[in-house]
Design a binder for this molecule. Sequence first.
Ligand code: MLT
Length: 267
Amino acid sequence: MKKVDLGHAKIAVHLAGDKGPILALAHGFPLDHSMWKYQIEYFSTRTRVVAFDLRGFGQSTGGSENCTMADYADDCAAALTALGFEKPVVFCGLSMGGYVAWQFWKRHRQMLAGLILCDTRAAADTEEVARGRRRMAFDVLARGSHFVADAMLPRLMAPQTFEQFPDRVEMLRRVMAETSPEAISTAQRAMASRIDVTRWLPQIDIPTLAICGVEDEISRVDEMETFTEQMPMANLSVISSAGHMAPLENPAAVNEAIEKFLETLVD
Ligand code: MLT
């Protein structure tokens, strides 16, 4: 992992591959770059992969102060610049990483060749959901990250993933349990106060691929279909045998969708 010192945080970045388009990967909550294991393996022979640990997560530092989805996006932009990436990137975010991707588009669109939005939402939280996040943000500091792993894991993947790939389930549990309680608390508060970006959708006129696990309970297919239809250059790919963690649950299908999308970008 390379560490980029931004002053307020050191951002850890996994770099792989040396040719082709630049695929920048932003993980979901409360995870790190390792959730992209199968995309990093597959795309490192075809693209340049830049997989971030967002501020406070994985091997990155920072993240104990208040921050916003825009701050995570700015960190990614600053890290790409510091690493010398000059060409526009394809920014791919899962769930919380998708909330970061909206902000990346808003704030750094000159750095974008395309967007990939995996298992994510455009709408803000309901008041009830936001309250639940703020409760977790408080509780995790007292109870530790194991409690978050236990609470979240059952909803993250499709039932058959738990049966067929217990190693992947354990990997996620381990990453969540090892994530710092402060980073979890900060991110939950940041997600609770994130804005509804639905009104941006008609303006997002760059090539966009949306990806959704057919059994995703958190970012549902019908909701992703609705927001994709409002984006002028977006298509939705629904992934079989997968829930919220589609890239980890059915990597072959996700990689195929991403590869086809990247081919359409080649000029
Ligand atoms: C994620 O996977 O990043 C989370 O489910 C996002 C969220 O809690 O909204």
